[in-house]
Design a protein around this ligand. Structure first.
Ligand SMILES: [Zn+2]
Length: 223
């Protein structure tokens, strides 16, 4: 019995590390707030997305890839200058679900820090939110990230990489509006589907009485 209790304790303890202060996939479910996040850019859709966000007076969080920032430094500056939140999506989008080499932890650390360094050099800011490629959020990645003071951020809903008509995709996003939602979309490719409904989607969120905030505001993270 004692052993079972002990095992349960460690299980809960580990769970609290995973689900505690350093990993989030949504905000407070009691508050009518949501966050919009854009991954993999800056890229082909970034300008259009910035225009829509400006028109709708909304701030979003951009999880930038280090390599995309190197390729598109002017676009990255446009995002920052428009007042949006800049976050870290690692340097090269390595899929750690399938990464089997022994240096996995070191590789994860390097991927975060390389992106951090590029963003620091080009934009002059320090990132503290990280999202791994494909939402890899396990105990190892969360521990590596927290070692460097990072929060690992996933999402509560996203579907823009899947093949479906734009109106169907729009409805799926619309139906996922809920307290504390973190929406995932992408801005590296043209992403014409998201661009076609983003303005209407933002209106829907507002019309339902929700406030759109950055991830840091949604999670009430004190820097
Ligand atoms: Zn990505």
């Amino acid at each position: 019995m004692k052993k079972i209790l002990l095992a349960l304790f460690f299980c809960l303890f580990n769970l609290s590390i995973i689900q505690g202060r350093t990993f989030y996939a949504n905000g407070n479910k009691l508050e009518k707030k949501v966050a919009l996040t854009f991954d993999d850019g800056p890229g082909k859709a970034t300008k259009k997305i910035l225009e829509i966000l400006k028109e709708k007076e909304v701030k979003a969080t951009f999880f930038m890839l280090g390599v995309s920032v190197v390729d598109n430094p002017a676009l990255a500056k446009m995002v920052l200058d428009a007042g949006h939140e800049i976050a870290n999506h690692t340097y090269g989008h390595i899929n750690f679900y399938s990464y089997k080499n022994e240096d996995k932890n070191l590789k994860m650390e390097r991927e975060i820090l390389k992106a951090e360094s590029v963003i620091k050099n080009i934009l002059g800011i320090k990132t503290f939110l990280v999202r791994f490629a494909h939402g890899y959020a396990k105990q190892d990645s969360i521990q590596v990230a927290s070692k460097w003071g990072y929060y690992v951020i996933n999402w509560s809903f996203g579907t823009d990489w899947q093949s479906m008509p734009a109106n169907e995709m729009y409805l799926k996003y619309k139906n996922a509006i809920s307290n504390g939602a973190i929406f995932l979309m992408h801005d590296l490719s043209k992403n014409e589907k998201v661009i076609s409904f983003l303005g209407d989607f933002i209106d829907d969120i507002k019309n339902k009485g929700y406030e759109i905030v950055t991830v840091t505001q949604l999670l009430d993270i004190k820097i």
